[in-house]
Ligand binder design. Structure first.
Ligand code: THU
Length: 133
């Protein structure tokens, strides 16, 4: 399955809209039901409006009613890792997500659990505590 996800992420990067950074990113998110949602980065002339590939894939899935995820592959030119915003966005749904980072040849640079990439991520228990639960 991870090879299929790797190829899906690489293919998704082809749709990246990157007129500003020219840095293409593709993501492939595997649901607990074995379905793959892909995403690419979509940039904007107002730079902060840019959405990363990982969050594109996540939002596509959640907007279809899917909230359980097992694995994510991120494909970049350099085998780069997901940004902090994406880590936190993914942590909301899948703190135990397995993440694989590859370049466009499919070479694996890193493999890690989201929990280890985002120690002490902000989540439900913090909110429960604040609400006195
Ligand atoms: N980018 C992603 O798509 N995912 C990340 O986790 C890191 C950064 C995108 C945002 C922007 O379009 C480009 O990479 C350069 O920062």
């Amino acid at each position: 399955m991870s090879e299929k996800l790797i190829q899906s992420a690489i293919r998704a990067s082809e749709n990246a809209y990157v007129p500003y950074s020219h840095y293409r990113v593709g993501a492939a998110l595997l649901t607990a039901d074995g379905v793959i949602y892909t995403g690419c980065n979509v940039e904007n002339a107002s730079y902060p409006a840019t959405i990363c590939a990982e969050r594109t894939a996540l939002v596509k899935a959640v907007s279809e009613g899917v909230k359980e995820f097992d694995m994510l592959v991120v494909a970049t030119p350099t085998g780069g890792s997901p940004c902090g915003v994406c880590r936190q966005a993914l942590y909301e749904f899948a703190p135990d997500l397995h993440i694989i980072m590859v370049d466009f040849t499919g070479k694996i640079y890193h493999e890690a659990k989201l929990r280890d990439l985002l120690p002490l991520g902000f989540g439900g228990s913090h909110l429960d505590e604040a609400k006195g639960k």
